[in-house]
Ligand binder design. Structure first.
Ligand code: SF4
Length: 499
């Protein structure tokens, strides 16, 4: 497939290089339900996992954590800095969003939409509706959450709010380590949350913390390998925040007693360099290192720009890297080869079948991607804790084939056709362009999205699915309408019959 005439190079700032403009809003401080993880700074005047010296937190404090004021203020700054503000990714940080009261959650989201819409709405639904065509559209929406706050009801709330991406704190999926760090949940919660969130169509990110008490470099590398080998995990994105000792944390009081020492720059560089080489092509490493001010650290902090050094080293050594960010067009502007093709990578994950579609050039540089999940509902509900639901239509088959006690074997041999297709992400890379604008040489708005969607529909049809659903940011619904999609009955997904 030839796309050469659609693109050339791009040269614009990094903030919007992935196509949308992120806008961070901070939740008011509150104590975590389970108390606290031992590495958490645990402040009371700021969100528990942050310090009062992080720039985003300081800005939010000045505005008394008021969501409307925060969005308004950020829009103003982004505009002054020359960033496009018509396609916004709302990002809530500061705590486990779903542990706040439902009223707080809803009011908070509405206030953000009202600020984007430049007017106050009477109801939450009205605010969402207005945003579909407003000046500042919410095209993506991310919240941070704990794996044990992902019940069906909680996930439904996220869908109602228009959330498209969820980041869960996984740290190190190991029950012994969870106990040591007082994490307050089990690996099984991570497995269930991963499956439920993917089945609902969310893009899923894991926060991973190498260097926790009870781990070491060898074990951490093994942990990363497991995350991408074991189909129970396989996240779409990672944030890698090595464990550091922050003042005020429980760890700062006990580290001497337990003989704990965090990794140094050299150790982290070694680990990240190894990890980047095993990250599969469907995963993006969003961030490495948390910005915690030096003054708040007990040990010398790890260099914040460590990722840059590691990536330069990897590029110079010509190692083959499949990780998304390193392959994005926005970070590879020199000598771009424009001979493009669409590649499809299929993999099993969380009891479903994932198709990762990407438009790449001969050098593996990424111009656009789509995540399609095919699942048959009964299979998708089978997991290690619940092998077959009482009403599962596959139950007889499971028993007959003697697969009832081996869900893995069952999935491998299951020849049932899928009955649900859901597009979890459609992303065309390159500098963010204003909605409706076409600029020569830029890959957004060049028809890549349409081509990827068409291919997703073809695959779904082949998989025996008659309807395809898309989890769409509220502000992108209009785009899908042009491709023949309509809002579903519940007003959550956009969908299309593909028979
Ligand atoms: S879940 Fe997050 S905010 Fe809560 S204690 Fe642990 S690290 Fe801190």
């Amino acid at each position: 497939m030839k796309y050469s005439k659609l693109v050339k190079g791009i040269k614009k700032p990094v903030r919007t290089i992935s196509g949308v403009t992120p806008l961070t809003v901070v939740l008011k401080p509150r104590k975590c339900n389970h108390g606290g993880c031992i590495y958490c700074p645990g402040g009371s005047k700021v969100p528990q996992s942050y310090t009062d010296q992080s720039p985003a937190i300081m800005r939010a404090m000045k505005l008394d954590f008021d969501p409307h004021k925060q969005v308004k203020a950020r829009l103003k700054v982004l505009e002054i800095m020359g960033h496009p503000t018509d396609k916004i990714e709302l990002i809530f940080i500061g705590g486990t969003f779903l542990q706040y009261s439902e009223k707080y959650q809803k009011d908070f989201v509405k206030a953000c939409f009202d600020a984007l819409n430049l007017r106050k709405s009477r109801t939450f639904e009205q605010a969402k509706k207005i945003n579909e065509t407003s000046k500042h559209r919410c095209v993506a929406f991310c919240i941070e959450n704990r794996p044990d706050n992902c019940s069906d009801k909680e996930i439904q709330n996220l869908l109602d709010f228009g959330v498209t991406r969820v980041e869960i704190g996984v740290q190190n999926p190991n029950d012994k380590i969870y106990k040591k760090i007082n994490r307050g949940h089990k690996v099984e919660d991570v497995v269930l949350a991963t499956r439920r969130l993917k089945n609902a169509g969310f893009k899923l990110g894991y926060h991973i913390m190498p260097g926790l008490p009870g781990s070491n470099l060898r074990k951490d590398l093994k942990m990363f390998k497991k995350i991408f080998k074991d189909e129970k995990f396989k996240p779409d994105q990672l944030k890698i925040y090595p464990c550091q000792i922050v003042q005020g944390s429980v760890l700062s009081k006990i580290y001497k007693k337990i003989g704990y020492k965090p990794y140094n720059d050299k150790q982290i560089s070694w680990l990240i360099q190894k990890v980047m080489q095993i990250i599969p092509r469907y995963c993006r490493v969003m961030r490495i290192m948390r910005e915690i001010p030096k003054e708040k650290m007990v040990f010398e902090p790890i260099k914040l720009d460590l990722r840059k050094e590691v990536e330069i080293g990897l590029r110079n050594s010509r190692k083959k890297i499949n990780e998304i960010r390193m392959r994005e067009i926005g970070f590879n502007r020199e000598n771009l080869n424009l001979d493009l093709e669409m590649k499809i990578f299929e993999y099993a994950a969380s009891n479903g079948k994932e198709f990762f579609l990407e438009i790449v050039n001969k050098d593996n540089i990424l111009f656009g991607l789509l995540r399609l999940r095919i699942l048959c509902s009964p299979c998708s509900q089978i997991d290690s804790s619940q092998l077959a639901l009482p009403n599962c239509s596959h139950k007889k088959q499971l028993i007959k084939k003697n697969f009832i006690n081996n869900s893995k074997k069952f999935r491998a041999n299951c020849n049932q056709r899928g009955n649900l297709a859901i597009v979890r992400e459609l992303h065309v890379y390159g500098q963010a362009l204003e909605i409706g604008k076409h600029e020569k040489g830029i890959s957004q708005h060049s028809g890549f999205g349409k081509k990827l969607m068409k291919k997703a529909e073809e695959i779904s049809k082949k998989e025996g699915v008659s309807k395809i659903k898309v989890i769409s940011g509220i502000g992108v619904r209009d785009y899908y309408k042009k491709l023949g999609y309509v809002l579903d009955e519940e007003g959550i997904y956009v969908e299309k019959e593909i028979n």
